[in-house]
Design a protein around this ligand. Structure first.
Ligand SMILES: [Ca+2]
Ligand SMILES: [Ca+2]
Length: 672
C-alpha cells in the first residue's frame, strides 16, 4: 500500500452547544498528534448525531462503516489538552452504531468521535494465503461446468464485505471530478446496503477511480491508458496494487474459507435464513429454511430485498455475504471448466459473458453454493448483482506473503528436541522467498554490487544457475540483501554504525521497518515452513518424508523416513558433491514455498539461543551470541534435520556446501 496521505494541519472544530456541555463535532478529515508530537495514524473524525437521554449522551453513527474501529474521546480544553479515550473502541457493523458517555458535572467538556483509518489492507480486506485448493462441485451435486479440479492461486487480498452504496457514491463523486464521467449512479437500499444496478464495465472503472483516489496504481488500462470512461474491455495489470475484481478462482478459494468439499462458505452442506439472505424454496441443496420465499427480515418495502452488508456471520476467511445478498461480478469471461493443476487461472481468453458468483437475495439455495457458476453480459445491470473488491499482494513474484498471526513453534509428533519445546509465537505479516536464492540470482546482484560499493561479496558456488547458492557466509548474505535492496530501489535493512552495510564482518543492526530484503527470523522461517498447518513434522503436513518430497539423505526409518533408497537423493547424486537440486524441484507447501525441507540449510537472522518464550511476539533471537540459526536440513542430512522444528547453528563467518538462504521482506508500505 501507499503510505497514508500527507497529514493536513490540525483543524479547529466547529462547536455545537448542547445544554451545559460544549460538544465538539469534527467533520473534517484531520490528523492529530500526541503530546510529544509523535504523529499517529491518520483518523477520520466523524460527525455523529447527538442526543441526551437521562444521564447519558448518545452519539449515533448512521450507518457505521463495517469492520472499522470507532472511538469516543473527550477533552476539557480544546487547546493544549490531550484527548482521552472514553470507553473501548467499537467495531462498525454497517448498521447504526450508538456510543454512550455519561453526563458529567463539568462545566464544559468536548467530545469527538474518531474512525481509525485502515493502516494496511488487512483491515478492510482479508489476506488469502497462496496455495492450492479444490475448485468445483461437491456433495454429490452435478454442475456440468464445475468438475472438481485442483487450482493454485497466489496470495491476494479479498474485501470482507460487498461494496456498499455509500462507498460507491463516495468514490463516484470523486471520480466525476477526476475524469470518470460516465459511472452509473447505481442503486442501493441505503448507504450500508450493497450497491447494485451497475454493470461490469462501471465496476472496473470505479475500481480505477478508487485506486487513484487512494493513491494506488490503477489495474485496468485501455491501450496503455488508465480506463476512466467508455465500454472498451480493458487489460488488467495483475501486478498493480490498486483495487480490482477477483478472478473466479480467487473468488471461490476465498468463498470456501479454507474448508474443503462443502457446499457453503460456512463449511456445511446446508443453508438457512440464519446463514444468508437468499430465496428459500424446497429442500434441495440442503435448504433448511422453514419459511419459503425471500428472507423475512429483509423482504420489506419495495424491491430489492438486500440486507445491510455484514448482517450474517463471516466465513473462515473473515468474509461476509459471500453466499447471497447480491451476486458478485468476477473478472473472468465465462468459459468452459478450469484445467486441473492450473496456476492463477484468469478465465477464458475471450467471451460474451462475465462470471457472477454467490447467489443473491432473490436466488435459491442452489446459487448460494461456493461452486455455483453463472454469467451475464458485462453491460447488464440487475438489482441482484453487485461486487466485492480484491487487491493483488504487493510482493513480487518470487515471494509469498505470510499472514500475521500466532502459530505453534517447536517439536511435534513425539519428537524430543530439548531446544524446541512447543510454544505459541506470534509474527507480523511478512513475505518470504518461494525458493532458496539461486546461484544465478546471487551472481546478478553481486555483479551490480561490485560497482556500487559491495566489494567483498564472496563469489559463492552453485552447481548451476538454477541451483541454490552456497559457500557464502552469513555476512555475505546480509550484505547481498542490502545490495539487492539498493539495486531495486528499496531501503536496505542492515546498517553498521548508521551506515548501510556494504563490506566487512561487523555484526549489523537490522531495521525491521525497512522494505528491503533481509533474512527471515527463526520464528518467521518456522511459521512459513509449516504452511499454515499445525503439529506435523514436515512442511507438507504429514509426519513422513520420502525422496518424492525433498532432497535429503535417507537412512533408517526414524523420523518417518519412507524412502526405500538409502543414501543421497538418487536423481541428484550425480557428478561431484554437493548434490543439490534445482530450486523448486519438489512441490511447494501450502504457502507456495519450495525446499523448506532439504536441499540447503537456510540461514536465519537470529543469534542461536534458548527457546522462545510462549506468547512471544515477533521474537528475533538472543541479544548476542557467537553462532546464528540455520534451518531445514540439506541434501546431505538425515530426515531428522528436514523437520520444521529442527534448530541448528553455525558461525556467521563459516562457508560450507550445506548452507544457503532465502530472503524475506517486512510487510511495510510499498513505493510504486
Ligand atoms: Ca454476495
Ligand atoms: Ca532448504
Amino acid at each position: 500500500m501507499n503510505p497514508p496521505s500527507v497529514p493536513s494541519p490540525l483543524q479547529l472544530p466547529s462547536l455545537h452547544r448542547f445544554g451545559p456541555l460544549a460538544v465538539a463535532l469534527f467533520a473534517a478529515l484531520t490528523v492529530f498528534a500526541t503530546a510529544d508530537a509523535e504523529p499517529i495514524s491518520p483518523r477520520e473524525l466523524v460527525a455523529p448525531k447527538l442526543q441526551i437521554i437521562g444521564g447519558n449522551l448518545l452519539f449515533t453513527v448512521q450507518p457505521s462503516v463495517a469492520g472499522r474501529t470507532y472511538l469516543l474521546q473527550y477533552s476539557d480544553t480544546l487547546t493544549g489538552g490531550t484527548w482521552q479515550d472514553l470507553g473501548s473502541a467499537v467495531i462498525g457493523n454497517g448498521s447504526n452504531l450508538v456510543l454512550t458517555a455519561p453526563r458529567t458535572s463539568d462545566a464544559r467538556r468536548y467530545f469527538r468521535l474518531v474512525l481509525d483509518a485502515p493502516t494496511e489492507a488487512t483491515e478492510e480486506f482479508s489476506l488469502i494465503p497462496a496455495g492450492a485448493f479444490t475448485m468445483g462441485r461437491t456433495s454429490g451435486d452435478n454442475d456440468f461446468d464445475a468438475p472438481p479440479v485442483t487450482v493454485t492461486v497466489s496470495a491476494f487480498f479479498m474485501g470482507k464485505y460487498e461494496v456498499t452504496k455509500a462507498l460507491w457514491d463516495d468514490v463516484r463523486k470523486w471520480g466525476d471530478a477526476n475524469g470518470y464521467t460516465d459511472l452509473k449512479v447505481g442503486g442501493g437500499k441505503s448507504g450500508n446496503h450493497p450497491v447494485h444496478t451497475i454493470n461490469w464495465l462501471d465496476i472496473v472503472k470505479w475500481c480505477n477511480a478508487r485506486s487513484q483516489k487512494d493513491e494506488l496504481t490503477p489495474v485496468y488500462t485501455v491501450n496503455g491508458v488508465v480506463m476512466r470512461t467508455g465500454t472498451t474491455i480493458p487489460v488488467p495489470g495483475w501486478k498493480a496494487n490498486g483495487y480490482r475484481l477477483p478472478t473466479e478462482a480467487e473468488w471461490e478459494k476465498a468463498a470456501r474459507g479454507g474448508v474443503s468439499g462443502k457446499r457453503y462458505p460456512w463449511g456445511t452442506d446446508t443453508i438457512s435464513h440464519s446463514n444468508a439472505n437468499y430465496g428459500a424454496g424446497g429442500s434441495a441443496f440442503g435448504n433448511l429454511s422453514g419459511e419459503i420465499g425471500y428472507h423475512p427480515a429483509y423482504a420489506t418495502g419495495s424491491f430489492p430485498y438486500t440486507s445491510p452488508v455484514g448482517s450474517f456471520a463471516a466465513n473462515g476467511c473473515g468474509l461476509h455475504d459471500v453466499a447471497g445478498n447480491v451476486f458478485e461480478w468476477c473478472w473472468d469471461w465465462y468459459g468452459s471448466t478450469y484445467t486441473n493443476g492450473a496456476a492463477n487461472p484468469q478465465g477464458a481468453a475471450s467471451g460474451t459473458n462475465r462470471v457472477v458468483r454467490g447467489g443473491g437475495w432473490e436466488g435459491g439455495a442452489n446459487s448460494c453454493r461456493a461452486a455455483f457458476r453463472f454469467d451475464y453480459l458485462p453491460t447488464l445491470t440487475l438489482e441482484s448483482i453487485g461486487f466485492r473488491l480484491a487487491r493483488s499482494s504487493v510482493t513480487t513474484d518470487d515471494l509469498s506473503l505470510i499472514p500475521a498471526g500466532s502459530f505453534t513453534m517447536g517439536r511435534t509428533s513425539g519428537d524430543t528436541d530439548v531446544n524446541a519445546p512447543p510454544v505459541t509465537v506470534s509474527v507480523s505479516t511478512f513475505s518470504i522467498g518461494t525458493h532458496e536464492v539461486t546461484k544465478g540470482l546471487w551472481d546478478g546482484v553481486r555483479t551490480w554490487g561490485a560497482t556500487n560499493g559491495y566489494t567483498d561479496l564472496s563469489a559463492g558456488s552453485g552447481k548451476a544457475a538454477n541451483h541454490p547458492v552456497h559457500t557464502i557466509s552469513w555476512f555475505d548474505m546480509v550484505k547481498w540483501c542490502n545490495a539487492r535492496s539498493q539495486k531495486e530501489g528499496l531501503t536496505p535493512v542492515y546498517t553498521v554504525s548508521g551506515a548501510v552495510m556494504k563490506t566487512g564482518t561487523t555484526a549489523p543492526v537490522a531495521d525491521w521497518n525497512a522494505n528491503g530484503y533481509r533474512l527471515p527470523t527463526e520464528a518467521e522461517w518456522e511459521k512459513a515452513a509449516r504452511g499454515g498447518l499445525t503439529g506435523k513434522r514436515y512442511p507438507w503436513g504429514t509426519d513422513n518424508i520420502s525422496h518424492n518430497q525433498a532432497n535429503y539423505f535417507a537412512s533408517a526409518a526414524a523420523f518417518g523416513n519412507m524412502s526405500g533408497d538409502i543414501g543421497y537423493h538418487p536423481i541428484y547424486a550425480t557428478g561431484s558433491a554437493p548434490y543439490t537440486s534445482p530450486v523448486g524441484s519438489f512441490a511447494a507447501n501450502a504457502y507456495g514455498l519450495h525446499d523448506m525441507a532439504g536441499n540447503l540449510w537456510e540461514w536465519c537472522w537470529d543469534w542461536f539461543g534458548a527457546p522462545y518464550a510462549s506468547g512471544a511476539i515477533d521474537p528475533r533471537g538472543a541479544a548476542t551470541g557467537s553462532v546464528r540459526v540455520i534451518r531445514g536440513g540439506s541434501w546431505s542430512y538425515h530426515a531428522q534435520s528436514s523437520r520444521s522444528a529442527i534448530r541448528d547453528y553455525d558461525g556467521p563467518g563459516k562457508t560450507t556446501v550445506y548452507i544457503g538462504f532465502r530472503v524475506a521482506r517486512s510487510s511495510v508500505p510499498q513505493e510504486h
